[in-house]
Design a binder for this molecule. Structure first.
Ligand SMILES: [Zn+2]
Ligand SMILES: [Zn+2]
Length: 228
């Protein structure tokens, strides 16, 4: 009940604003749309970070079960503001816009998947936020990749929020945190894992390990934003 009141109050206190310039009354104004922080060219095709001279540092952090990370934007400016507003400032009104921007990026670099699986929230976090932002975005992209939205494939135990931890702590914090639903036919399935933002890749790597152990044929990630 308290959570519901907080949400309604939040939506009243934070009306629709442009994710770029904060102007009221629009989620993205025409001027800011032309200045969105698209990912730069020349990133590693697997981990979507800037490649070093020799072995890719970003790839070194990823699970071998993860074939590639795709993202529409760099996690900065308007894209970062969209992610933060969606999650922490009752920004559900941004979901149609963020879904549209994800589909635009899929029109440029198409992907196909059998199952579209959002990175889950723990039950406690889902109750306090009222929605899983990754599931809302996954629902927007499933038709574009000709996949089926599969929200209940992964579940997540309650652990401290990843963003409060150092890179080294993030991996151990996630050990055993994800589980795959029993009785699902995942064998050979191409899974597209969806999240709002990928930072170190620890969360999506742990999800990919869990899906691979349950028999998934391949796992790719689609994120709204990639922290470079
Ligand atoms: Zn604007
Ligand atoms: Zn890489």
């Amino acid at each position: 009940m308290l959570d519901a009141i907080r949400r309604v109050l939040g939506e009243a206190l934070f009306p629709s604003r442009c994710i770029g310039c904060q102007r009221r009354g629009t989620a993205l104004c025409a001027g800011c749309r032309t200045a969105l922080p698209y990912l730069p060219r020349g990133l590693c095709p697997r981990c979507a970070t800037r490649r070093g001279a020799a072995a890719c540092r970003g790839c070194g952090h990823l699970s071998s079960a993860l074939s590639a990370i795709h993202a529409a934007f760099a996690y900065e400016g308007a894209a970062r503001n969209a992610v933060v507003t969606l999650k922490f400032r009752s920004g559900r009104y941004l979901v149609p816009l963020m879904g549209e921007l994800l589909r635009e990026s899929l029109a440029v670099r198409p992907l196909v998947a059998d199952l579209v699986v959002p990175v889950p929230l723990s039950g406690a976090r889902l109750r306090s936020r009222g929605f899983n932002q990754a599931a809302l975005l996954a629902g927007c992209v499933a038709p574009a990749v000709r996949g089926v939205l599969a929200e209940d494939v992964l579940s997540r135990a309650d652990r401290p929020a990843q963003r409060t931890l150092t890179a080294a702590q993030r991996r151990s914090n996630l050990e055993g945190a994800f589980a795959c639903a029993r009785g699902l036919e995942l064998a050979g399935k191409r899974v597209l894992l969806v999240d709002d933002v990928v930072t170190t890749g620890a969360t999506v790597s742990t999800c990919a390990d869990t899906l691979a152990r349950a028999g998934a044929g391949s796992v790719r990630v689609l994120a709204f934003a990639r922290d470079l």
